[in-house]
Design a protein around this ligand. Structure first.
Ligand SMILES: Cc1cc2nc3c(=O)[nH]c(=O)nc-3n(C[C@H](O)[C@H](O)[C@H](O)COP(=O)(O)O)c2cc1C
Length: 176
């Protein structure tokens, strides 16, 4: 792996506040290709990507999640539409991470939004009832000196942890 890719993985953090700069079609293509090339269980590729750039629709999408207001200011969102299945969320996570890291390498920040009101999101986007809309991802250029808040709350109040657990706490050698 190139050191650029490794650095991108280690520095890619959630960005919830964006400038008004649009994302070019070329950059969007790169992001979507990175998602498309994610591996999935049995290579089923159980996903579609709905790109939302329309501001009114982004605002409506933000209403579908409890912590989804960052969608309002995004240059665009990619909604992951998946078929139900045992491995699908794992697969979709791989596609999401590919897109987010590819974007980060272009200087574009991103953040996941859980869509708690899935029916509303499905209706808003015209997604068939047998498919899932659990996750949207905001993309945009990071706003400098942005507040470190989530829904106007201090991050510490919403998140289980800030930063990452040390390896010593996570890694078990040979067995638990
Ligand atoms: C499955 C999943 C759902 C998430 N849902 C939301 C969300 O609804 N709103 C939000 O602001 N961030 C959401 N996030 C982003 C996490 O809060 C973020 O990945 C975590 O706090 C680490 O952020 P950091 O990389 O900036 O440290 C979600 C992340 C994942 C993996």
């Amino acid at each position: 792996m190139s050191s650029d890719a490794y650095d991108a993985i280690l520095t890619c953090r959630a960005v919830r506040h964006f400038t008004e700069t649009p994302i070019s079609d070329d950059d969007l293509q790169r992001i979507l290709q990175a998602g498309r090339w994610a591996g999935s269980a049995k290579n089923v590729q159980p996903w579609h990507f709905v790109v939302v750039r329309n501001r009114a629709r982004l605002n409506q999408l933000a209403e579908c999640g409890r912590y989804a207001s960052h969608l309002r200011g995004a240059a665009l969102a990619v909604v992951l539409v998946t078929s139900p299945g045992r491995w699908v969320d794992f697969d979709a996570g791989r596609a999401a991470q590919n897109m987010m890291v590819a974007a980060w390498l272009l200087g574009i920040g991103s953040c996941i939004a859980s869509l708690h009101d899935e029916d509303r999101a499905r209706g808003l986007l015209g997604v068939p009832g047998d498919l899932q809309t659990h996750i949207a991802i905001s993309f945009g250029y990071p706003l400098e000196d942005a507040p470190q808040t989530i829904e106007d709350l201090p991050r510490e109040q919403v998140l289980a942890h800030i930063g990452r657990q040390p390896l010593e706490r996570l890694v078990h050698w040979e067995a638990w």
